[in-house]
Ligand binder design. Structure first.
Ligand SMILES: NC(=O)C1=CN([C@@H]2O[C@H](COP(=O)(O)OP(=O)(O)OC[C@H]3O[C@@H](n4cnc5c(N)ncnc54)[C@H](OP(=O)(O)O)[C@@H]3O)[C@@H](O)[C@H]2O)C=CC1
Ligand SMILES: O=C/C=C/c1ccc(O)c(O)c1
Length: 259
């Protein structure tokens, strides 16, 4: 193989494929085109052509270095969905053409107590989808890009017929609220759930709450979101947290404020 300069490709170049993404290079919040490379598909890997990627506020925190751990350039994006274009020889859960998703992690040590208990997200060696160091020492880049190569264990299957664009937010916002709602027993009818903040996480919490059969009250700083909360998402009540009268009335009633 030769590179663009007609020189022989290095062993490193041979092991990698070109990729394109959008990268933050400083705290400005501006992303610009970025060419980089991803590892070639290994025997346990799937390669996914990215079709959609959600925007989580954590992406914005990272882009702007608000957690003070950003190493630029950063390609954000950890609500990734796309179509499988290549599978390694040992992959058995995916075939070419399947829809697949990737969330906030792309690897972990796979041998510690946490990994053995399926709590890879608690593994001290977990590798995040971007702004992390991969097993081969390279930097991970996220889903605001054209493709991703990931161990099959960290890819999730999208059932046939599930719209991939709508499924993307489940990969971070969705699981972040679903997991505690399940764990703390919100998944039985008759509960009354308060959702504070109608953003990425909040809007899926409302949808899960309603699907579980709960009464859901949205508590928001934004009066303009009332219609979306009640009419589109099905919330039973909507409180403006900046309105002392609404908050006091709700407190006195102990019941959801009328929509
Ligand atoms: N695993 C984890 O720990 C995860 C953590 N996160 C974190 O959760 C947070 C929310 O993420 P996401 O839902 O994507 O963010 P969004 O920006 O989409 O939503 C946040 C919502 O919070 C409300 N809000 C904003 N500012 C204030 C304020 N000053 N006081 C009170 N409420 C406010 C707004 O809702 P409204 O207008 O209704 O008030 C806003 O829409 C982020 O910090 C993100 O990094 C996200 C994913 C996973
Ligand atoms: O240390 C791990 C943090 C992970 C993380 C991933 C995604 C996301 O939205 C977060 O807020 C945190």
């Amino acid at each position: 193989m030769e590179n663009g300069n007609n020189a022989a490709a290095s062993p490193e170049e041979v092991r990698r494929s070109p990729a394109f993404g959008w990268a933050a290079r400083d705290t400005s919040g501006v992303l610009s085109p970025f060419t980089f490379s991803r590892r070639k598909n290994g025997e346990n890997d799937v390669t996914i052509k990215i079709l959609y990627c959600g925007i989580c506020h954590s992406d914005l925190h990272s882009v702007k270095n608000e957690w003070q751990n950003s190493v630029y350039p950063i390609v954000p994006g950890h609500e990734i969905v796309g179509v499988v274009t290549e599978v390694g020889g040992k992959v058995d859960r995916f075939k070419v053409g399947d829809h697949a998703g990737v969330g906030c992690m792309v690897n972990s040590c796979r041998s510690c107590h946490e990994c053995a208990g399926h709590h890879e997200n608690h593994c001290p060696g977990m590798i995040l989808t971007y702004n992390s160091t991969d097993v081969d020492g390279t930097v991970t880049y996220g889903g605001y890009s054209d493709s991703v190569v990931v161990e099959e264990h960290f890819a999730v299957r999208f059932p046939a017929g599930m719209p991939v664009d709508r499924g993307a937010p489940l990969l971070c916002a969705g699981i972040t609220v679903y997991s505690p709602m399940k764990r703390f027993g919100f998944d039985v009818p008759g509960k009354h759930i308060g959702v504070v903040g109608l953003g990425g996480l909040g809007h899926v919490a409302v949808k899960f709450g309603k699907a579980f059969g709960a009464k859901v009250t949205v508590i928001s700083t934004s009066p303009s979101k009332r219609q979306e909360a009640v009419e589109r998402l099905g919330a039973d009540a909507f409180l403006v947290s900046k309105d002392p009268d609404e908050m006091k009335a709700a407190w006195r009633l102990g019941e959801p404020w009328t929509a």
